[in-house]
Design a protein around this ligand. Structure first.
Ligand SMILES: *Cc1c(COP(=O)(O)O)cnc(C)c1O
Length: 398
C-alpha cells in the first residue's frame, strides 16, 4: 500500500452508521454500558459469538465509537484487528500478559520506552518470565536467543536517540524458530512505519501521541495478525480492558489530520535539526532523517518520513547545563509525552534508560518535540538559550 492510500484511509476509515439515512462524516460519540436484546435467545446468541465476531454485547466488550477507531488503526497498520487500551503503556503490558507464559524467555530492545523496563521488573520476575535486553541495532540479537525465547520486543526508531534496527532481518531470524516479533510503533504512528508489513506479528502504539495529536487524551492500541487475535482478544476480555467512547472519539477526530500534521512536524523538525547541527555548542543532533544518523540507510529503506522528534547533546556534557538550556526556553514546554501540536523539551539521562550500550560519554540528552509553531521562532528561542552555554562554561573555567 502506498502513502496515497494511507492518506485516503485516514479520512474515510471507521465511517458507518447503524441508523438509516445520511452518515455523519466523523462517527458520533455513542455512550453505552448496557445494550438491550430482543429476547433471551438473541442475547445468548450474541454472547456465544462475541469472542470471535465483533458484536455489541456490553460496554466492557467495546462500543460503537471505539470500534470505528479500531477500524481506522487496523487499516493504517495493515493488521487483522485492533484492540484499544486506556494508555499506550497498558497496550504494551497487556500484550505481554496475553502472549507470554511462565517459563518463556523474552528479548527486549535496549532502546524501548523506559517504563517498559519498570513493567519488566514488576511483572516478569513474579510470573516466572525471563528476559534479556539486546542492542538497539539488533547486532547481538541472534546470540541472545535461548531455546525458551518466545518473543522479541523492539521499538524502532528507539526512544530518545532513535536507533534503527532491521525489522525484516529480525523477523527472518524469529519466524523459523517460532518466536513472535512485537514492535512499538508510536514513533511511526501507523503512517511513517508499518511493522506488520515488515514482518512483525503485533504492532503496539501510544495513540496518545500523534494519532490523538492534541495532548488532550490517553489511548493505546495493539494491532495483530489473524493468528494472534484470539489470544490477544480473549485475554483482554478476561481482564476487562475497555476504553471510553469519548476518548475514542477524540483520537478519531485527531487522526483525521494526522498526515497533514506529520508533514508539518517533519518540515519544522528538519529545519531546526539542520540549524542545531551547525551550532557551536552542539555535539550531536539525533534524528534518523539526517544523513549522519547511524541508522539513516535503514530509515530510508523502511520509513516514509520523519516526525517532530529530534534530540540534542551538547559539547558541555553536564546534566546541569542541559537542564539550564531547557529551563530557559520560552516556546518549548517542559513536559512528558510528545505528538501534540506543541513544542516540548525534556532531559533524558541516557545511562538510566539503556543497559546494553554504554552512554556514559553522552549522559544528558535534550529531547525536543518540534510542534506546529513558526520554526524560525523556535530557532530564535534555541539560539537565545544556547548562546548562554559557552559563556557559562568559560565563567566556570575561570
Ligand atoms: C509514550 C509512549 C508510550 C506510552 O504511551 P502512554 O499513552 O503515554 O502510556 C509507549 N511507547 C512509546 C514509544 C512512547 O513514546
Amino acid at each position: 500500500m502506498n502513502d496515497k492510500t494511507l492518506l485516503t484511509r485516514l479520512v474515510h476509515s471507521g465511517r458507518h452508521s447503524p441508523v438509516e439515512g445520511g452518515i455523519p462524516v466523523n462517527p458520533p460519540v455513542v455512550r453505552m454500558s448496557t445494550v438491550l436484546f430482543d429476547s433471551v435467545a438473541h442475547m445468548q446468541d450474541i454472547r456465544a459469538r462475541r469472542g470471535s465476531e465483533r458484536l455489541l454485547s456490553y460496554g466492557a466488550r467495546g462500543n460503537v465509537t471505539g470500534f470505528a477507531l479500531e477500524d481506522l488503526i487496523t487499516e493504517l497498520e495493515g493488521g487483522y484487528r485492533t484492540r484499544l487500551f486506556p494508555t499506550g503503556l497498558a497496550a504494551i503490558a497487556q500484550m505481554f500478559i496475553a502472549l507470554l507464559e511462565p517459563g518463556d524467555h523474552l528479548l527486549i530492545g535496549d532502546s524501548v520506552y523506559d517504563p517498559v523496563r519498570n513493567f519488566a521488573r514488576h511483572f516478569f520476575d513474579r510470573f516466572g518470565i525471563r528476559y534479556d535486553y539486546f542492542a538497539a541495532d539488533g547486532h547481538d540479537l541472534e546470540e541472545k536467543i535461548l531455546p525458551s525465547t518466545r518473543m522479541i520486543y523492539l521499538e524502532c526508531p528507539g526512544s530518545v536517540v532513535y536507533e534503527l534496527c532491521d525489522l525484516p532481518k529480525i523477523a527472518a531470524i524469529a519466524r523459523p524458530r517460532g518466536i513472535l516479533v512485537a514492535a512499538d510503533n508510536s514513533w511511526g504512528a501507523g503512517v511513517l512505519y508499518r511493522p506488520l508489513a515488515l514482518g512483525a506479528d503485533i504492532s503496539v502504539s501510544a495513540a496518545t501521541k500523534y494519532l490523538g495529536g492534541h495532548a488532550d487524551v490517553m489511548m493505546g492500541a495493539a494491532t495483530c495478525t489473524e493468528a494472534l487475535w484470539p489470544r490477544l482478544g480473549a485475554c483482554c476480555d478476561a481482564m476487562g480492558v475497555a476504553v471510553s467512547p469519548d476518548d475514542s472519539w477524540l483520537v478519531l477526530r485527531g487522526a483525521r489530520s494526522l498526515a497533514a500534521r506529520l508533514q508539518m512536524h517533519q518540515e519544522h523538525a528538519l529545519q531546526v535539526a539542520k540549524w542545531l547541527q551547525n551550532h557551536e555548542a552542539v555535539e550531536a543532533v539525533f534524528c534518523p532523517a539526517l544523513p549522519e544518523h547511524p541508522g539513516h540507510a535503514l530509515w530510508r529503506r523502511d520509513f516514509s518520513g520523519t516526525n517532530g522528534l529530534i534530540s540534542v547533546s551538547l559539547k558541555d556534557r553536564s546534566r546541569q547545563t542541559a537542564a539550564d538550556v531547557i529551563d530557559r526556553l520560552e516556546l518549548f514546554g517542559i513536559g512528558a509525552s510528545w505528538g501534540g501540536f506543541e513544542s516540548l523539551a525534556t532531559l533524558s539521562e541516557m545511562t538510566a534508560i539503556r543497559s546494553v550500550t554504554d552512554w556514559r560519554e553522552c549522559p544528558a540528552v535534550i529531547r525536543l518535540h518540534i510542534g506546529l509553531e513558526d520554526p524560525s521562532a523556535l530557532i530564535a528561542d534555541l539560539a537565545r538559550t544556547l548562546a548562554l552555554v559557552p559563556r557559562r562554561a568559560k565563567a566556570e573555567a575561570l
